[in-house]
Design a protein around this ligand. Sequence first.
Ligand code: ZN
Length: 191
Amino acid sequence: MIGKKFGRLTILRISKEKHDRRGAFFVCRCACGNECTVRRDGLTSGHAKSCGCLQREAATKNCLKRTIHGDCRRGKRTKEFRSFCSAKDRCSNPNIKDWHRYGGRGIKFLFVSFKQFLSHIGRMPHPGLTLDRINNEGHYEIGNVRWATHSEQCRNRRKMKVSKRMLAALRINIKKAQEALRLKRLRSQSL
Ligand SMILES: [Zn+2]
């Protein structure tokens, strides 16, 4: 295996420090100059082709391709643009960790462009804020987004949990009322 090439990676040596149940790790040199340690099956399956620089380049290229504004130049993205991109991803990319909480449960990203998004929400007033949906059950859309602190987001989530419970109680009440109405009708019919 030593000296063999997989994409941009050339195997230098077997790793002495790293190994696990699924096999040996190899220390590789990437064409970009970085060294990285990759498991054997990562290389043989074709998953590992670089130290990560390939994905970074692709992401930058992709980003440049779809944007013409100044918020994404040469991979330097503003925090507003990063929030925009990751929210969009959470709604459209099932491979993302939090997909089940967003796209996976029907939350949609309805802004048509970064320009539209930015002119609606404005710049982040101070750093450390995150993109929040005002109504946690609603989409990323005009009227339902704001910059919020982490604790504001948590509060919002908690609030929605309570209202979900209330909704459940309301559903039970509606059922009870419907049942009462049904019985009343039956009674009046039999009279
Ligand atoms: Zn590399």
